[in-house]
Design a binder for this molecule. Structure first.
Ligand SMILES: N[C@@H](CCC(=O)N[C@@H](CS)C(=O)NCC(=O)O)C(=O)O
Length: 232
């Protein structure tokens, strides 16, 4: 059976949504990253990058959220244009990579520098906050002209976006004002949230408890780079 390695963060939630949309049976394997479970040898054999999500599907292993979306959508021939539809497929791949390499990393670093980084951080926070907004603005402009990311059809690109858009007020630190600035992103978020699969994905997440304290142990696992600042 397909195994889904996950926690409650934005990237695993994209996969939870697609699994629900596809109605696939799977074994859920929680990985509590604040307890360091991503560094367990069994998990590193699945994802040498020590991050969630990842899946195993028989002999096949896939890690990185948008790679998993693409793999499952291709496998099921759903929610993704076929390779023979070159124009639509090109758009799908472009937006998937844009979300994977732009939206995700800049949003994640923006949260990190706003919430966690020690002072001085003005330069880094400004850079990541600027880039996060710039990327979300590209999507917002696109969505001002299209119902879904690929036009009229709901796809894995919308699912990739949903993972992060659910948390946008927190990600950008802009609270309620977020949706005045990004109304079309909110419209898409509402469209996806209204789907029963999205509600099942949120209910799936709610069944699991992950460590929430960002104590010294969690920081050691989540921010190993800090060890270099305090060599013993
Ligand atoms: N590019 C990866 C990023 C995965 C990622 O950063 N996952 C986070 C949760 S959203 C994680 O595992 N964090 C734990 C850690 O950094 O140790 C993807 O899209 O799946």
């Amino acid at each position: 059976m397909l195994k889904f390695f996950f926690n409650a963060a934005p990237n695993p939630m994209k996969i939870a949504l697609l699994l629900e949309e596809l109605g696939l049976a799977f074994e859920a394997v929680p990985v509590d990253t604040r307890k360091g479970e991503q560094f367990a040898p069994d998990f590193l054999a699945v994802n040498p990058n020590a991050k969630v999500p990842a899946i195993t599907d028989g002999e096949t292993t896939v890690f990185d959220s948008n790679a998993i979306l693409l793999y499952l959508a291709d496998r099921e021939q759903k929610f993704i244009p076929h390779v023979t539809q070159a124009k639509e497929r090109g758009a799908a791949l472009s937006w998937l990579m844009f979300i994977a390499s732009g939206i995700g990393p800049f949003s994640g670093q923006s949260v990190h520098f706003r919430q966690v980084a020690p002072e001085p951080k003005a330069y880094a926070l400004n850079r990541y906050d600027f880039e996060a907004h710039r990327h979300w603005t590209v999507l917002e402009k696109h969505l001002s002209q299209h119902t879904y990311m690929l036009g009229e059809h709901y796809s894995i690109v919308d699912m990739a976006l949903w993972g992060w858009a659910r948390l946008l007020p927190f990600v950008l630190g802009t609270g309620d004002a977020t949706w005045t600035q990004y109304p079309h992103t909110k419209r898409l978020l509402d469209l996806v949230n209204a789907r029963s699969a999205a509600q099942r994905a949120e209910a799936f997440k709610a069944k699991y408890t992950f460590k929430t304290e960002m104590d010294a142990e969690a920081k050691k696992f989540m921010f190993p780079q800090n060890e270099r600042l305090n060599p013993s």
